[in-house]
Design a protein around this ligand. Structure first.
Ligand code: ADP
Length: 170
């Protein structure tokens, strides 16, 4: 069925996938901006990234849920399949990603192109990072926190607390 553009009647769902290890203010900036353009934004926490993680899937999910609790049209879910398969399964036609730099672009371009081949019905929308958040990455946050530095400007307080705790339990 064609979406009812004139009256805006079609319900649009987008997904924002990532490993979010852990969620940062940079991720939250993308979420808060993206959700304004969709009826529903599913933040999809990838459960099986092929690299070492600071937090488990359950922990990353819980940290993201708490960080987005004030956003009524945002759902946080875990997934472990191809992103396009998960998008289709939940009826999302848009994948949202954030771009901080040309390095992000270089990494994101082939992913978006492969996704396009696998799922021509799903589009990837890129949001440019806000200048204030462009230097914020989960890996920098992990590194600063591991060395005892202050990450209060980069992550919400409950995430900073989890980073301080050796055995964070959601
Ligand atoms: P990945 O999916 O590669 O594991 P992350 O989970 O860290 O990456 O991030 C998910 C998405 O958020 C990616 O599109 C990433 O480029 C974007 N992102 C990460 N940090 C920021 C930031 N500070 N500002 C804008 N976008 C960001």
């Amino acid at each position: 069925m064609e979406p009812d553009i004139q009256h805006g009647a079609a319900t649009t769902t987008a997904i924002y996938p990532g490993s979010f290890d852990p969620v940062t203010y940079g991720h939250l900036d993308i979420i808060e901006r993206a959700v304004q353009h969709f009826d529903r934004l599913v933040v999809a926490v990838f459960d099986r990234p092929n690299r070492r993680l600071r937090f488990s899937g359950a922990q990353r999910l819980a940290l993201m849920r708490e960080a987005t609790a004030h956003l009524t049209r945002v759902d946080v879910q875990q997934y472990h399949t191809l992103t396009v398969d998960y998008a289709r399964a939940i009826g999302a036609r848009v994948i949202v990603r954030g771009l901080r730099s040309p390095t992000d672009f270089a990494a994101e371009q082939p992913i978006a192109q492969h996704n396009r081949v696998m799922a021509p019905d799903i589009e990837t929308f890129f949001l440019i990072a806000s200048p204030h958040h462009a230097a914020c990455s989960a890996s920098i946050v992990r590194e600063i926190a591991a060395l005892g530095g202050d990450v209060a400007a980069l992550v919400p307080p409950h995430v900073a607390a989890a980073l301080r705790s050796a055995e964070y339990e959601p």
